[in-house]
Design a protein around this ligand. Structure first.
Ligand SMILES: CC(C)(COP(=O)(O)OP(=O)(O)OC[C@H]1O[C@@H](n2cnc3c(N)ncnc32)[C@H](O)[C@@H]1OP(=O)(O)O)[C@@H](O)C(=O)NCCC(=O)NCCS
Length: 152
C-alpha cells in the first residue's frame, strides 16, 4: 500500500485526536495539547493517508524542533491498526528526522514506554539508542520510560 504524507494543520485536530485516544488508552494527549502542537511554529506534524481516501487519517507523527535549538524531539507517532506493518511508521519517523536535520538539529530524542517493544524496534532500526530511563514515568500505569536518541 502506498501511503502519502502531508503537513498536518490545526483543522486536522479531530482526526488526530480520534486516533490518539484510540491508540493511547491511558495516556493520550488532550485536544488542547494537540491543538497547541499543530499551531506551533516549532513543530512539524505529518498526516499520512491512502491517496484513494485522502481524508482518512492512516497515521500521524509529530516533531518538536525549535529553530536554533540544535535538538529535536519526536513527540508522538501512531499508525491506524489497519495500516500497520506496511512501513508507514518507518516512513513517518524518517520524514521527521529529515525535517529535524533541515531545522539544524544535531540530535533527536524520544521517550518510549518500556512495555512497547514494537516501537522500540522501529526506533532502533533507524539508529536510535537508549541513553536513559525514567522510572514510573507513564502514569497511571506506572510504566518506565526509555529515553532514546539518534545523532544526525
Ligand atoms: C509503532 C508503530 C507506529 C509502528 O508503525 P508501523 O507502520 O506498523 O511500522 P512499520 O511497518 O514501519 O515497521 C517498522 C519496524 O517497526 C517494528 N515493528 C512494528 N510493528 C511491529 C510488530 N507488531 N512486531 C514486531 N516489530 C514491529 C519492526 O522492527 C518493523 O520493521 P520490519 O517491518 O522491517 O520488521 C505502530 O505499531 C503504532 O502506531 N503503535 C501504537 C502507537 C505507538 O506505540 N506509538 C509509539 C509511541 S512511542
Amino acid at each position: 500500500m502506498g501511503y502519502e504524507l502531508r503537513v498536518a494543520t490545526p483543522s486536522d485536530v479531530d482526526a488526530i485526536m480520534e486516533l490518539e485516544t484510540a491508540t493511547f488508552e491511558s495516556d493520550a494527549w488532550s485536544t488542547e495539547s494537540i491543538s497547541g502542537e499543530l499551531a506551533s511554529p516549532h513543530t512539524y506534524y505529518l498526516f499520512a493517508f491512502d491517496p484513494e481516501t485522502p481524508s482518512v487519517l492512516a497515521g500521524y507523527g509529530g516533531l518538536l524542533a525549535p529553530s536554533g535549538s540544535g535538538d529535536a524531539d519526536i513527540q508522538t507517532i501512531a499508525v491506524a491498526p489497519a495500516a500497520r506493518r506496511n512501513g508507514l511508521g518507518r516512513t513517518l519517523v524518517t520524514a521527521m528526522l529529515a525535517e529535524a536535520a533541515a531545522r539544524g538539529a544535531g540530535q533527536v530524542f524520544l521517550e518510549v514506554r518500556a512495555d512497547n517493544p514494537n516501537a522500540r524496534a522501529l526506533y532502533e532500526s533507524l539508529g536510535f539508542e537508549q541513553i536513559a530511563a525514567r522510572a514510573k514515568y507513564y502514569q497511571p500505569d506506572g510504566v518506565d520510560a526509555q529515553i532514546m536518541r539518534v545523532t544526525l
